[in-house]
Design a protein around this ligand. Structure first.
Ligand code: XIL
Length: 316
């Protein structure tokens, strides 16, 4: 069949996948599916702080570069993921107990080195701020950035990233914001206030780590209120998990859910695309993070297409 990336391009959107350079080396099926089907890649892990700046002031781009090279060879765009987050930080940073001036300069140095110095012009978008809200509800997460710098860290990071690469689209990315709820309301208020202050925020990433049967009914309406602010929106980390073992009925329902999410993006004029969080069930993060759940991606343990893949082909 026609690759998803070409079908998506005909609608003016991109279909992407999260990727790992070590799997690219090790697994041929993974490598060819990733290259053939997807028009955009996101580093699943290798652009996070613990990989990129493992020691203070010591940067290692070798893993990220392997992925960027693959993307460029295959004519794929890259989303940068991620600059400020509460997870996968190196110990020197998370246990550093820095004061505000020092932490601010660490943050500026990282963003300037990564976004400007190293990847300038090679990332079409960056998840500048990842998961700034608590798991549930509308409070900002008390991560190391908020604790030491206060909520101004968000505007500061966006401004610093914009100065470093003026062409990159800058995002706030979070989960459980796909429907209207206290968390997405708080994000909406934050986005509105950042834009009022002239902060360079261009998009909202809806991670969309969903469970089968749980695509929010008001997802389109919710995305539209953000695009009405002048922002673009992207489905950045889609997977749809199933309570294992997955039976035929669940796999069918999952295919319907994949179809619905893609359709929802197509219904929103400034939805730029959909990225799935991995290629196949063999490389998905879900079973190790949510024991008892799995089978969340469009290809299976052996990289054979599931009903969900067929649904994506049909919907696009
Ligand atoms: C996950 C990766 O998939 C795992 O391999 C890693 O162990 C933990 O992080 N939200 C995000 C992603 O923004 O970076 C996370 O990725 C999944 C949740």
């Amino acid at each position: 069949g026609v690759p998803l990336r070409d079908l998506a391009a005909d609608h003016g959107i991109r279909i992407g996948a999260a990727a790992n350079p070590y799997l690219l080396e090790k697994n041929r099926e993974y490598r060819s599916l990733l290259g053939e089907q997807y028009g955009s890649l996101t580093a699943e892990n290798v652009m996070k702080w613990d990989t990129v700046q493992p020691e203070r002031g010591v940067y290692d781009f070798s893993h990220a570069d392997a992925l960027v090279d693959f993307a460029e060879k295959n004519g794929q765009k890259m989303r940068g993921h991620t600059l400020l987050w509460h997870n996968q930080n190196p110990e020197w940073l998370s246990d550093g107990d820095f004061g505000p001036d020092e932490l601010r300069s660490i943050m500026h140095d990282h963003i300037r080195t990564v976004v400007g110095g190293h990847f300038k012009g090679r990332m079409y978008a960056w998840d500048v701020i990842n998961e700034p809200f608590r798991d549930n509800g509308g409070e900002l997460r008390r991560n190391l950035w908020l604790r030491t710098l206060g909520e101004g860290y968000i505007a500061d990071a966006l401004r610093t990233a914009h100065a470093a690469d003026p062409d990159a689209r800058l995002y706030i990315n979070d989960f459980s914001i796909e429907g209207r709820n206290a968390k997405s309301d708080a994000l909406y208020a934050l986005a509105e206030s950042l834009l009022e202050q002239g902060v360079p925020l261009h998009g909202i990433g809806f991670q969309s780590h969903l469970s089968v049967g749980d695509v929010p009914g008001d997802m389109v309406e919710n995305m539209r209120r953000f695009t009405d602010l002048g922002l673009e929106v992207t489905i950045t980390e889609l997977d749809i998990s199933i309570d294992m073992p997955a039976r035929e009925a669940e796999l069918r329902a999952q295919a319907d859910d994949y179809r619905t999410v893609v359709r929802n993006c197509l219904k929103v004029s400034r939805c730029t695309g959909v990225t799935v969080w991995g290629v196949g069930d063999a490389d998905s993060w879900i079973p190790s993070w949510f024991p008892g759940q799995g089978a969340a991606l469009p290809f299976d343990q052996d990289y054979s297409p599931k009903l969900a893949f067929g649904a994506l082909q049909e919907e696009l």
